[in-house]
Ligand binder design. Structure first.
Ligand code: C2E
Ligand code: MG
Ligand code: MG
Ligand code: MG
Length: 285
């Protein structure tokens, strides 16, 4: 009996795996048509300056409004797009759309400061030969200065990259595009490598923000964040913290000298119209 039950369990687990593989397969196959049919959309999450609470810009976060499954988050389809190469046209669309949106925020003039937009780049996009040319073209078409754009690349995508592989990013950085190292602190990188990367911002991973939830904050996390902030500022990098969910966390991180914050405490990712609405709400002293 026990054996039969074990057998069943095995079959169940197996069926489960098959179902997941089939789901993955059908999602993957659906990606090109989804791009053509306009099923992707972008939510924007504000980036807030910690010293005065002002909104400086927003990160573009892509979603898929799937006709059957509803709204899917990037974790459910970006890896599939990455493995099939569709990430290149999808990423191009995100960049164009985000630049158009940044232009609109600037033209509407509802925001106090000129809004900047952050766009995530995946590893294949970094290796795509036309990355620099296309990015320049997108900025020109949108009438945006390079400083209006921040490209976010994960620490893991850059670990081990040699000078040749870093060249496109360096070219963009030299033009004035801000490059942020996303999910910083989750990779196993040698800190000294920071000196050779063309980055201007460290985005501290959410895992560090968690230790700031209580008062007093977790003393080990405090030491780590202090260390990272001081290293970053020494290297002339600014520090953005992600995943700020409470005022307590925001206070701790401000006290530790972090420059910019992003998280549910300020706003969840949402439609673009909300950005300037929160920016003007922000206008109160
Ligand atoms: P990320 O770039 O690190 O983006 C931050 C993620 O944290 C977002 O998840 C955001 O919704 C979530 N988040 C923001 N504030 C909070 C908070 O206070 N608490 C918690 N628990 N979470 C918070 P999301 O939108 O699911 O995106 C996941 C990842 O997908 C992103 O991580 C990014 O790596 C990737 N991604 C999103 N859009 C794109 C894109 O257009 N292209 C590429 N290549 N990757 C993208
Ligand atoms: Mg990001
Ligand atoms: Mg991140
Ligand atoms: Mg992250």
């Amino acid at each position: 009996r026990a054996k039969a039950a074990g057998g069943n369990r095995y079959e169940l687990a197996d069926a489960d795996c098959d179902a997941r593989a089939i789901a993955r397969h059908s999602l993957t196959n659906g990606l090109p048509a989804a791009l053509e049919n306009g099923e992707f959309f972008i939510e924007y999450q504000p980036l807030v300056r910690l010293t005065d609470g002002s909104v400086r810009g927003a990160e573009a976060l892509v979603r898929w409004l799937h006709p059957v499954h509803g709204v899917l988050g990037p974790d459910q389809f970006i890896p599939l797009a990455e493995s099939t190469g569709l990430i290149v046209p999808l990423g191009r669309w995100v960049l164009e759309e985000a630049a158009r949106q940044a232009r609109a925020w600037r033209s509407e003039g509802k925001c106090r400061a000129p809004m900047r937009v952050n766009v995530n780049l995946s590893p294949s996009q970094l290796r795509y030969p036309s990355l620099v040319a296309e990015t320049v073209a997108v900025l020109e078409n949108a009438g945006l200065p390079p400083s209006a754009l921040c490209l976010e690349v994960t620490e893991n995508a850059l670990i081990g990259a040699d000078e040749e592989e870093l060249r496109p990013l360096r070219q963009l950085a030299d033009m004035g595009v801000d490059i942020a190292l996303d999910d910083f602190g989750t990779g196993y990188s040698n800190l000294s490598y920071l000196r050779r990367l063309p980055v201007s911002t460290l985005k501290l991973d959410r895992s560090f923000t968690r230790g700031m939830q209580c008062s007093p904050a977790d003393p080990v996390d405090v030491k780590i964040v202090e260390g990272i902030v001081s290293l970053a500022h020494t290297l002339d990098l600014s520090v953005t913290v992600e995943g700020v969910e409470t005022g307590t966390q925001a206070e701790h991180l401000r006290g530790l000298g972090c420059d910019t914050a992003q998280g549910w405490y300020y706003a969840r990712p949402g439609p673009p119209e909300r950005l300037c609405a929160s920016a003007s709400a922000d206008a109160s002293p």
